[in-house]
Structures are given as C-alpha cells and as structure tokens.
Ligand binder design. Structure first.
Ligand SMILES: Cc1ncc(C[n+]2csc(CCOP(=O)(O)OP(=O)(O)O)c2C)c(N)n1
Ligand SMILES: [Mg+2]
Length: 361
C-alpha cells in the first residue's frame, strides 16, 4: 500500500523564476511580452511605492497617519500581479495591499484617509474596481470566490483577484474559498504573499506543507509557487492565471515567496524579536528593486536620472495627497452611524438624534 502521496505532489512545486538575484534572465522561454515602456513603468511603480512606504512610515511616526502596514520588500509581488490585470478586473485586498489599489485607480489621498480611519477613505470612486482592504484574515478569499463566480455568470471576461498572506493560508476561510472557486470554476485568482511570517509566527510553524502553492491540489485548481522578488515571474504567472480564468478554465492559486523588510504594522511589533539578522540579510540580497534595476540597466532602459525623477514625483504626489487628506471634513459620529444602514434601526435612530444635537452645539 502506497501512501506517500505528499512527496510526489509537493516536489512538483518548484519556484518559478525568470530573473536571478543578479538580474540575469534564467528562463528566456517564460519571458513575458512587455514593451520597453511597460518594463520601465513596472520599475517606476516599484520605486514610487518604496518611496511612498518610507514617507508613510515617517508620517505615521509623526502622528500624521494612522494604521499602516509597511510594504517594502513586497513590491514585486504586489505590483507584478496588479500589472497583469485589466482595468475592469476586481481587486479584493488585505490591509497591506494598498499599492495595488492605488495603481488600479484609487486616489492616493484616499489611501491616506483610509489609514486615518476616515470614512472618505472607504468611498471608492465609480469605475475603480476595488473593494476596501479586509482586516479579518482570510475573509476576502471567500468573497473573491463568490465575486469570481458572479463575473463568470455575467459572462464577463474579467477576474476577481485577492491577496492574503502565509498566515491567511492557515485560516479555514482559505480552504473553503479555494474549494468553492474550484467547484464552480470561478473567474478568480488567489495570491498568497508568503513573507514567511504571520506577525511573529514563522511559516514553518503554521503548516506541515512544504509549499502553500500545493494547497491548490486538494481544491482541484492550478497552483504555482513564484519567486516573489522577481517582478517578471510574478507578472507572467498572473497573466497566465488570468488567461485561464477568463477562458473558463478555473481559478489559480499563486504563492509568491517574498519578505517584508519592515515591521508587521506601525503599531509597535519589533521584528528583531522574531527574525534573525541572517534571515534579514539573506532577503535584502533578493531586493526586487535592485534585481529589476540591474536587468533594466543591462538593457539601457534605466538610469539614475530616471530613478531620481520618479523619486521626486513620488515625494511631490505624497505632499499633495496629504494636503488633500488634511482638507477632508472632520469626521463626526453621525457620519459613522449614517453610513451603516440604509434604514436605521430604532436604537441607532436614537443615537443619531442624540449626536446630531451634540454636534450642532
Ligand atoms: C481572523 C483574524 N485572526 C487574527 C487576526 C490578527 N492578525 C492580524 S494580521 C495577522 C497575521 C497575518 O499574517 P499573514 O497572513 O502572513 O499576512 P502578512 O501580515 O504577513 O502580510 C493576524 C494574526 C485578524 N486580523 N483576523
Ligand atoms: Mg505573512
């Protein structure tokens, strides 16, 4: 009797890579068809996001932003996936996935208002196909399965893409969502950004599985593990997953191997308590910006001058966006109550009256 199916399955999940850590092409056959301008745009977005992350961290320390989950290190995973989407595709993010929303059309000042817990940060402009970030770990997986089924039933050639972390892949919702999406061949893409830690818990302690990608097998869907520091590999894997989904071939689970250079959030965790310097150093060498910059420089598509231009632009945009966020009307209790229900229940009607009276004083 043979029961060693685990090895047979998980050994198939090799890490898909196009660029080596030195920016050399190691998989020419998988190279996506991107124009020089598109390649430069990918780099621009990653540099922009790195600067924005640095500014967001210092604005948070100054008390000028609220909740913030740093993204440095994860730019290729975030922006490589988003770059493969159509404007009409839908993004169902987690709390760290703000860059994808902004590059899908959410104005930057709204991202800042979201960070401040201001309701305007949650009001998505018409035509921007994103949902608000989910804080409940794994909840968006089930929503994406349903959303993807909805798109399919409407005959849309579009996908719902959702993001969670390695920790999210340990949740019940994750398995339920994948299974449902597989059963109904929903137009969905599930991205697990495996940054190796769920706050302080290492991925090795969360699961006996060698990869998260292999969890696709039990749901009967496609699964791939990608080098999440290689923006071209991430892009190519997402583009393929998208093609399959819109052609009725069902969902895909994409695991990106990545790392967050900063803390979990700005609420006060100290990564030195749960990560070694050796591990940090190992992943610093894999920096997605350094790798892609080397690749582009080799093709004479990127220069210090271009980089500086992006840095200046990012700083300028952030200044403008913060100014705009500062200009938002002060949030009132009646705003919060008013947005909760279309028809207020009696107890909230009472509270509404009470606060209206207080606020008018
Ligand atoms: C259902 C639920 N349980 C616990 C938490 C608290 N919590 C917030 S973030 C987090 C870790 C998530 O780790 P991971 O999925 O790897 O995502 P990452 O933050 O690393 O991107 C936990 C446990 C939560 N928000 N929701
Ligand atoms: Mg994680």
């Amino acid at each position: 009797m043979k029961t060693n199916t685990i090895d047979a399955v998980q050994d198939q999940f090799e890490t898909f890579q196009i660029l080596s850590e030195d920016g050399e092409v190691v998989n020419e056959a998988a190279m996506p068809e991107l124009s020089d301008e598109q390649l430069q745009e990918l780099m621009r977005r990653m540099v922009y996001t790195r600067i924005w992350d640095q500014r967001a961290i210092s604005l948070n320390r100054q008390g000028r932003l609220g909740f913030y989950a740093p993204v440095a290190g994860q730019e290729a995973s975030m922006l490589g996936t988003q770059f493969a989407l159509d404007k009409e595709d839908w993004i169902l993010p987690g709390y760290r996935d703000i860059p994808q929303l902004v590059f899908h059309g959410l104005p930057l000042y709204k991202a800042f208002l979201y960070s401040r817990g201001h309701f305007e940060g949650g009001q998505i402009p018409e035509g921007v196909n994103v949902l608000m970030p989910q804080i409940i770990i794994g909840a968006q997986i089930i929503q994406a399965a349903g959303f993807g089924l909805g798109l399919k039933k409407k005959g849309k050639k579009n996908v719902a893409i959702t993001y969670t972390g390695d920790g999210g892949a340990s949740q019940g919702d994750f398995y339920e969502g994948l299974n449902f999406a597989g059963a109904y061949k929903a137009n969905a893409i599930f991205v697990v950004q495996n940054n190796r830690f769920a706050i302080s818990v290492p991925v090795e302690k969360q699961s006996a599985a060698k990869t998260i990608a292999q969890k696709a097998v039990a749901a009967g869907i496609e699964g791939i593990q990608v080098d999440g520091m290689d923006v071209l590999a991430v892009y190519a894997a997402t583009q393929q997953a998208r093609e399959r989904a819109v052609n009725g071939e069902g969902p895909t689970l994409i695991e990106t191997l990545t790392y967050r250079y900063g803390p979990h959030t700005m609420a006060g965790d100290d990564p030195t308590r749960y990560r070694t310097k050796e591990l940090d150093d190992e992943w610093t060498k894999k920096d997605p910006l350094v790798r892609f910059r080397k690749f582009l420089e080799g093709k004479k598509l990127w220069s210090e001058e271009q980089e500086n231009k992006v840095v200046d632009q990012a700083k300028e945009d952030i200044k403008e966006a913060i100014k705009k966020a500062d200009g938002a009307a002060k949030q009132k209790v009646t705003d919060l109550i008013g947005f909760m229900f279309e028809e207020l229940p009696y107890n909230l009607k009472e509270q509404m009256e009470e606060y209206k009276a207080k606020e008018s004083k």
